[in-house]
Design a protein around this ligand. Structure first.
Ligand code: C2E
Ligand code: MG
Ligand code: MG
Ligand code: MG
Length: 280
């Protein structure tokens, strides 16, 4: 304000901030009603056994295609949806969609597929997540054993007591629980002992430079050894080269996902992908 009054042109930093704020408001506004306008879609990325590339399941990943803004990344709009609370409705929609699609794949003969659905901290804290999961399972006819919920460490740590209760009741239903982006969040490991967790997902930031970076190699090895000792299964994210797979396999990681195998794709493409795999 002062800068402008004195006739000094406002600096690039300020206008960048303004652009960011404007963009944020715009996304916040446009996100309202995005489901009704059918702008949201659930994509699926295959999760494979690293031993032979066999598909064992998939991760549901939300996509937003806006008629004017084009594709908006979940990295941009999920945090906004969390702040405004829109994630609650959107999250329920994703859960129902993912369960229904997976049930259809089961009926088509791929009946051992497990679907992983991302759940944000807000969904965890403020809503009846167990109720949402239960009704999505009932509505679709999908067995609880075919569903896995992914949650980040950071989201868990926001309210550990609540996490304990919710994770416990999801476990009672028979739903599996994975810690997403493992190693990038909270530093205490005590929660691994105290909470009902099945799987650790090795964050893609450790996988990216795995072939050359000895620090990343050490971290990944340590995570895999620890998971094994605790009886947790492991999934590596962001596998892009056969050498990533080799390293991970050698050190005991059994499952993975990444562009080397397939990018996230719409449900119809995933069906085609499954059929191709089955035919060999
Ligand atoms: P995430 O759950 O850790 O998902 C993995 C991300 O890595 C996805 O990004 C996926 O497309 C990307 N990815 C997979 N393979 C590779 C690879 O080989 N290389 C690289 N560079 N990236 C790979 P995406 O789809 O953009 O999603 C970003 C994040 O947005 C997710 O991270 C998750 O935290 C959040 N998100 C996505 N869908 C949902 C949702 O339905 N609900 C909630 N709460 N969050 C979601
Ligand atoms: Mg995830
Ligand atoms: Mg992740
Ligand atoms: Mg991530």
């Amino acid at each position: 304000f002062f800068a402008r009054q004195r006739g000094v042109p406002s600096c690039a930093f300020n206008s960048e901030l303004e652009d960011t704020a404007r963009r944020r408001l715009q996304l916040e506004r446009e996100l309202r009603g995005a489901i009704e306008r059918r702008e949201l879609q659930v994509y699926y990325q295959p999760k494979v056994a690293l031993s032979d590339g066999r598909v064992v399941g998939m991760e549901a990943l939300l996509r937003w295609f806006h008629p004017e803004l084009g594709f908006v990344s979940p990295v941009q709009f999920i945090p906004i949806a969390e702040e405004t609370g829109a994630i609650v409705g959107i999250g329920e929609w994703v859960m129902r969609q993912a369960c229904a699609d997976t049930r259809a794949w089961h009926l088509a003969g791929f009946d051992d597929l497990v679907v992983a659905v991302n759940v944000s901290g807000r969904q965890f804290e403020a809503t009846d997540l167990t109720g949402t999961v239960l009704s999505a399972l009932k509505e679709s006819g999908l067995p609880a054993s075919a569903l896995e919920v992914e949650i980040t460490e950071t989201a868990l740590m926001r309210d550990l007591e609540r996490a304990r209760t919710v994770l416990g009741s999801l476990r009672d239903l028979g739903v599996a629980l994975a810690i997403d982006d493992f190693g990038t969040g909270y530093s205490s490991l005590a929660y691994l002992r105290d909470l009902a967790i099945d799987t650790l997902k090795v964050d893609q930031s450790f996988v990216r430079d795995l072939t050359d970076d000895t620090d990343d190699q050490a971290i990944v090895r340590a995570i895999l050894v620890m998971a094994q000792s605790l009886g947790l299964s492991t999934v590596a994210e962001g596998i892009e080269t056969p050498r990533h797979t080799d390293f991970l396999r050698q050190h005991g990681c059994t499952l993975g996902q990444g562009y080397l195998y397939a990018k996230p794709m719409p449900a119809c493409d995933f069906s085609a992908f499954l059929n191709r795999q089955r035919r060999g």
